[in-house]
Design a protein. Structure first.
Length: 84
């Protein structure tokens, strides 16, 4: 470390990532953010489909029709019917 401080490029050297571990953490954070975004999109899509199913239930649509349109199982639709 003493040798680095004597170097004319000491400031530049000290700004470099400390280790590959640090670089790995940075990359991991980036990957984590991307995964989080994808999970968020998927959850949003699922919520929208359930809301659509609930709207169709309130309009009196059949379970078979709702299943066909939303791709939800008939069991899931029946569970939604009972919850609301």
């Amino acid at each position: 470390m003493k040798e680095v401080k004597k170097s004319p490029d000491a400031e530049k050297i000290m700004e470099l990532p400390i280790s590959y571990e640090e670089k790995g953490k940075e990359k991991g954070k980036e990957i984590g953010k991307e995964i989080g975004k994808e999970i968020g999109k998927e959850k949003g899509k699922e919520k929208a489909i359930k809301e659509m199913a609930l709207a169709m239930i309130s309009e009196g649509a059949s379970t078979a029709f709702i299943a066909k349109v939303t791709q939800l199982s008939e069991e899931e639709i029946e569970r939604l019917r009972q919850e609301n």
